[in-house]
Design a protein around this ligand. Sequence first.
Ligand SMILES: [Zn+2]
Ligand SMILES: [Zn+2]
Length: 239
Amino acid sequence: MMNILSKILDVILPPRCISCGKVLNAKDGVCEECFNNINFISKPHCHKCGMPFENVVSNKEIMCGLCIKDKKPIFRYGRSALRYDDFSKNMILAFKFMDKTENASTLSKWMFAAGKDIFSSGVDLIIPIPLHYTRLLKRKYNQSALLAKKLGKLASIKVDYSSVIRAKKTKPQVEFSGKARLKNVKNAFGVKHQNKIKGKRILLVDDVYTTGSTLKECAKVLLKSGAASVDFITAARTC
Ligand SMILES: [Zn+2]
Ligand SMILES: [Zn+2]
């Protein structure tokens, strides 16, 4: 029955490329032309934070300068699927602000592939970066929660939507740069159910990694609440 229904739906509403809108033969994703325009982050990248390296040829696990210097790293590992360029920006902005929620399924598949090292190291719980409730009311959905839900299904890992809350309403990070971003999100998060966090290897999910301020601030409260480790996966990162 579901098969017939999905076939009828494919005729009425055929799957389209999430980037340019062209009708696809495949179930979901992007058309061939768009696929060739996507800058996936692949090795070599920093083994720790996932930052892609330019002009480096290596099959070894190497770290970036920042991670080498960081004596008290907040994250165990971080990975991002795509470089944040004009191309991925369009896909992500449409997903975030223009109700293109169906983009979550393609983006999460890429994130799942990018997070291979993280999943093989063991993850107990996936947590999306929460939105403040006033912003959630305005936007109607939390894009990170949609990504986390799909990722949880692909990895067969539980997703926790309620243990971390956005306690403080912060201004959008795009209005700030550098240290001001850190200040903007300071004390933005709180942990509601500490017992669900304690001893857990947690994977944080967000759409874009820019300076990492939001993810770091959220990770800090999780570690304070006794999380065993915190990783992150984002759909894209700016560098
Ligand atoms: Zn396309
Ligand atoms: Zn690094």
